[in-house]
Structures are given as C-alpha cells and as structure tokens.
Design a protein around this ligand. Structure first.
Ligand code: GAR
Length: 202
C-alpha cells in the first residue's frame, strides 16, 4: 500500500508540526509520510523543526509574489511537483481562496484552537481565539480538526476535543493547555485517519 504524501503548511512556531513529526516517529502516523513543509514566513521556527527532522522545507513569500493568486500558484506548483495527497494547515495564518480549496476538495485539513462554531472565522486565529473565549467567560473550550473549504473554518468537522478553562487563565496559559490537551492529540490522529483512507484508495 502506497503511503499518502503529506505537506504541512505553517507560519510560526510549529508545535503542531512537531506533534506530527513525533507521531510519525512513534508510528501513530504510519499511513502517510510528511514529505514537505511550506512556510509563508521566512523566520518561522517551524522551518527549523522541519530541517532538524530531515524534511524538505520551502519558504514561499506572498510579499515577494505580490498577489494571492501568484502566492497560491507557487504553493500549488510545489504540491503538484511532489505528488502531494494531503495538505495539513498547522498554524498556517493565511486564508486560501476558493480557487485553491476547490482544487483539493477533502484533501486539506486544518487545526483550529476552539470548539467550532465558537470563536472561528475571519479574525479568529492564534491567541485572539483564546482572548475571545476568556472575554466571553466560557468554561469549556477546545480544538477542532476540520476539512478546509472556501468558508474560513467552515468545512466539515473531523474531530473535536474539549478542554476546561480555569480561574485565572491568561490567553497564553489557555492556549498552551488547549495545545497540550487537545491539538497535539487530535491533529495526528486525524491525519492518520485521512491518510489511511487516501492510501487505501491509492
Ligand atoms: C495553534 O494553536 C493553531 O491551532 C492555531 O495557531 C496555533 C499555531 O501554533 N491556528 C489557528 O488559529 C488557525 N486559525 P503552532 O505554530 O505552534 O502549531
């Protein structure tokens, strides 16, 4: 059975990418292989994580390419050249157009740091999500893995895990708990599930 070829798109620290690399090393992910990491930020620590793990990495700059269309075309070319089957958005802070998402229907998944449909959509990313959750005073939050379509955070839900909010939480403390107790667990599990389906069909 052919393993699914996985590309991970990142923008920052890359702790979710690290969780995927660790899951691959421990065998939790065994139906797919991460063969490419793409960052839209040159200084993303995620690029160093990829390098340390011996995974090919690319920096693709929207600034240099000027338009969203050119930026997305450069990403698509890189994906096509390597025969990528599954695209994982792991802290990728750029919204993809319908032209891109339609090209990879049910082949792009994203990790979002809340229980969708709460605290999601345009403007809800990274720490802002946890700031909004604390401002609202919710007692439970969590993370969601979902397919990506043309609606930001609007695609079919694959997995969710709840995490308790505690008295005195700051956005940073809550973010870390959601990562540890939800994101780093459900993202690798979901990637294995989808990769298995793809590799069975390959
Ligand atoms: C993660 O919490 C991820 O869920 C979130 O950004 C963080 C990236 O951290 N993604 C979004 O908000 C997407 N809308 P990481 O670079 O350490 O994985």
């Amino acid at each position: 059975m052919l393993k699914a070829k996985i590309a991970v798109l990142v923008s920052g620290g890359g702790t979710n990418l690290q969780a995927l690399i660790d899951a691959q090393n421990s065998g939790i992910i065994h139906s797919g292989e991460i063969v490419l990491v793409i960052s839209n930020h040159a200084d993303a620590y995620a690029l160093t994580r990829a390098e340390k793990a011996g995974i090919e990495s690319l920096y693709i700059s929207k600034k240099e390419l000027k338009t969203q269309e050119a930026f997305e075309s450069a990403i698509m070319t890189a994906l096509e050249e390597r025969g990528i089957d599954l695209i994982v958005l792991a802290g990728f802070m750029s919204i993809l157009s319908e032209r891109f998402t339609a090209r990879y229907d049910h082949r792009i998944i994203n990790i979002h740091p809340s229980l969708i449909p709460s605290f999601c959509g345009q403007g809800f990313y990274g720490l802002h999500v946890h700031e909004a959750a604390l401002a609202k005073g919710v007692k439970v939050t969590g993370a969601t893995v979902h397919f990506v379509n043309e609606i930001p955070d609007g695609g079919e839900i694959i997995a969710q895990k709840a995490v308790e909010v505690q008295d005195g939480d700051t956005p940073e403390v809550l973010q870390r708990r959601v990562m540890e107790q939800a994101e780093w667990i459900i993202l690798p599990q979901a990637v294995e599930r989808i990769a298995e389906q793809i590799s069975n069909a390959n």
